[in-house]
Design a protein around this ligand. Structure first.
Ligand code: GLU
Length: 415
């Protein structure tokens, strides 16, 4: 039988397994297996050459028992409804695993933003936000950045929504620039959270981070900041890549310098003093720590047996399939699952939203202290559950978060 690579089928399987381990009856699974609401929009955009092109976008709100829906918006050519539904479901459990009062959501547009001019991108972003506006709002659903969206796109979203309302509504979107009500520390929050969990994992397995070798797959926001922060913790970054190619150096790569090279040339490929490396080979390197920081389904039954890292910190959403999870667990590799490892992003998004609602802003130090406490507590909770129930870290993370969501649903009378 071929391995299931549909992320929505995968997340349903993950929920079912955790519900069974928790001894829940089928009604919990029935409530969690599909999003509460999904919106599909077709967005006509006037292109620079005068023609009209229609793009397809989605917003999925998985579960709102714990609080308003929360999650990013992705602009990518591979976006599809099942992917967005899966990503929204992961957001529900991500928020619960770190104990922030949100449900899960995700949005996306099927587009390659690199092929659009700045003007086309702005018109598309604004039109998408106008189209989904009826189901969005600071008390309803709060979007944020995800793959190939950034603070500028968030600014257009926020401005469009504010115009619709007739007053400034910074709390409708997070991941904004500081000038428009963004939070200090949000830019590197996903990677910061990931680095905290890797640090805790290293303590648990007795790995010294000084000189520990790291490979990072993907060099966008999560990947580049992960490399920088792990390097600050003493790790040696030996390989990084992006959609165009990879760079390897046994002696170590300066994560800032290679980021600069990527900004100048469009890729990490060809960075001075490095050899080229294929994505497949990067994942299988003999390193201490592997950080998948790009897209779904990169560690599958095809390559899991060849992975040699001791710790995998999933900065990306959904990088590992359930089949691969089993193999990694049997090999004794400590996987810090996405819903825990990359929860720093949404946690600082929560801080940003809180600051917007209060209209009172925190220092970076305050943000980082609060983030560290949340991430370390969540890591310990999941790790202890993984030891107590003798399950992998992902199942443990689902068990704690599904319990939180189920308790909220029970109290509301949904069950
Ligand atoms: N897109 C990010 C994620 O997958 C951040 C979501 C948010 O900040 O709401 O966690």
């Amino acid at each position: 039988m071929t391995e299931e690579l549909n992320p929505f089928k995968i997340v349903q399987k993950q929920i079912k397994e955790a519900c069974d381990k928790l001894g829940y009856d089928d009604s919990v699974y029935e409530l969690l297996k599909e999003p509460e609401r999904v919106m599909t929009v077709h967005i006509p955009v006037k292109m620079d050459d005068g023609t009209i092109k229609t793009f397809t976008g989605f917003r999925s709100q998985h579960n709102t028992a714990v609080g308003p829906a929360k999650g990013g918006v992705r602009f990518h050519p591979d976006v599809n409804l099942d992917e967005v539904k899966a990503l929204s479901t992961w957001m529900t459990f991500k928020c619960s695993v770190v104990g922030i009062p949100y449900g899960g959501a995700k949005g996306g547009i099927k587009v390659n933003p690199k092929e659009l001019s700045e003007g086309e991108l702005e018109r598309l972003s604004r039109a998408y936000f106008r189209a989904i506006a009826p189901i969005i709002g600071p008390e309803k659903d709060i979007p944020a950045p995800d793959v190939y969206t950034n603070p500028q796109v968030m600014s257009w979203f926020m401005d469009e929504f504010s115009k619709l309302k007739g007053y400034n509504t910074p709390g409708v979107v997070t991941g904004k620039p500081i000038e428009l009500g963004g939070s200090k520390g949000r830019d590197k929050a996903t990677a910061q959270g990931c680095a905290y969990t890797i640090r805790e994992a290293a303590k648990r397995i007795g790995l010294d981070l000084k000189g520990a070798t790291v490979a990072v797959q993907g060099y966008g926001n999560a990947g580049s900041f992960s490399a920088i922060l792990l390097n600050e913790l003493g790790c040696k970054i030996v390989a990084v890549n992006d959609s165009k190619g990879g760079a390897y150096s046994e002696g170590g790569i300066d994560p800032y310098a290679i980021l600069k090279h990527k900004q100048e040339t469009g890729s990490v490929k060809g960075f001075e003093g490095t050899e080229e490396i294929l994505g497949k080979d990067l994942l299988e390197l003999d390193v201490d720590i592997l950080v998948p920081a790009a897209l779904e389904n990169v560690i599958t039954s095809q390559n899991a047996a060849n992975i040699r890292a001791k710790i995998i910190g999933e900065a990306a959403n959904g990088p590992t399939t359930p089949e691969a999870d089993k193999v990694l667990y049997e090999k004794g590799i400590l996987v810090i699952p996405d819903i825990l490892a990359n929860a720093g992003g949404v946690t600082v998004s929560y801080f940003e939203w809180v600051q917007n609602l209060m209209n009172y802003y925190w220092t970076e130090k305050e943000v980082l202290q609060r983030l560290e406490k949340i991430m370390v507590d969540a890591f310990n909770k999941v790790y202890n559950m993984h030891e107590e129930y003798k399950v992998d870290m992902r199942t443990a993370a689902y068990m704690t978060s599904i319990k939180t969501v189920t308790d909220a649903m029970k109290l509301r009378g949904w069950l």
